[in-house]
Write a protein that binds this ligand. Structure first.
Ligand code: PLP
Length: 331
């Protein structure tokens, strides 16, 4: 196995906590949360675990600028911008759709961290991604810079190491809590977190863990193909000693709603419930939708009664501040 270099950016380990008050409210289900929303403040959330590897690679190849893409409320773009500011690297963000004139939430932080942003329509960036990225890299090189591209969410094979490492951490914590069998639930969008979690569970030989990914964009078939490819690429590139099969992936359908980052009422209720009972804040794009799957599973006794359920809180709090009226009331 070829373990790549990592630099320390996140505050690790993140806490594994038992949600006592929420458990009581849900009829005594055993609910735990891995607080990866607490990997830092400016660089919080799941993306910083992946960036620890991607940035180590960029520094080892003498890059001076990171280039990536996302929406104006992208947690990944904000974390990348923060890491670049901290390390003195340039940061170029390709934002889609066009960012609003008055930056809020994550986008406000992108601007404060000094990231250079360029806006595209979603259709343009999706249809012409290869050309736009190539032109961006060429423009930066012509200006004497040494750029490194990382895709949305840093979901490249190298980025999967973030959650391979994260699962080593969780394995130790679950051992400490005396839990050898559990369901682990997380949101999936660009796929690197899911791929790393599945590979990390396999490498740790935790066949009594079951990892459930809840799509918050696209559909189950897309994620099976995308995450499957990421797993296979990472296994080949890093010579991982695991027996991976496509049936190692388990997805829970039905929580995208009308589309990526379009909120819906039950997800907002889940967000308010967790805030009120635990003082933990989910976000309407990822974690509140994925947590709906946990709540439905608990209410139908599929999760939390025969064995504990562990929700991976992947962060996202800053986007809450871009949606105050949505969080407070209707959709
Ligand atoms: C990006 C993100 C996810 C999804 O992770 P992927 O690796 O992109 O699938 C989940 N939750 C939050 C808060 C995120 O920012």
């Amino acid at each position: 196995m070829l373990e790549p270099q990592r630099i320390r950016l996140a505050s690790l380990p993140t806490p594994l906590v038992k949600l006592e008050r929420l458990s009581r409210e849900l009829g005594g289900a055993e609910l735990w949360m891995k607080r990866d929303d607490l990997t830092g403040l400016e660089v919080s959330g799941n993306k910083v675990r992946k960036l620890e590897y991607v940035v180590a690679d960029a520094l080892a190849s003498d890059c001076d600028t990171l280039v990536t893409e996302g929406t104006a409320q992208s947690n990944h773009c904000r974390a990348t911008a923060a890491v670049c500011a901290r390390l003195g690297l340039g940061c170029r963000l390709l934002l889609r759709p066009e960012a609003p004139d008055r930056p809020q939430g994550n986008h406000l932080l992108d601007v404060l961290f000094g990231a250079e942003t360029r806006s595209f329509s979603r259709a343009d960036l999706t249809a012409n991604r290869q050309r736009i990225v190539a032109e961006t890299l060429a423009e930066l090189k012509a200006a004497g810079r040494v750029p490194r591209w990382t895709p949305a969410g840093s979901s490249e094979p190298l980025g999967c190491w973030g959650y391979i490492h994260g699962m080593n951490e969780l394995a130790g914590q679950l051992d400490g809590a005396g839990i050898d069998e559990c369901d682990i639930v997380l949101a999936v969008s660009s796929g690197g977190t899911h791929a790393g979690t599945v590979l990390g569970a396999l490498l740790n030989r935790r066949d009594r863990w079951r990892v459930w990914a809840v799509p918050v964009s696209d559909d189950v078939a897309y994620h099976k193909a995308n995450v499957g490819q990421l797993c296979r690429d990472a296994i080949a590139r890093y010579d991982l000693p695991v027996e991976y099969r496509d049936n190692s992936l388990h997805l829970i359908d039905g929580y995208v709603g009308e589309g990526y980052s379009i909120p819906y009422a039950t997800a907002l209720e889940a967000l308010r419930l967790v805030a009120r009972t635990e003082a933990i804040v989910l976000d309407p794009v990822y974690t509140a939708k994925a947590f709906c799957a946990v709540l439905d599973g608990v209410r139908s006794k599929r999760f939390g009664f025969e064995r504990p359920v562990v929700f991976l809180h992947t962060g996202g709090i800053f986007s809450d501040f871009a949606w105050p009226e949505v969080l407070l009331g209707g959709v």
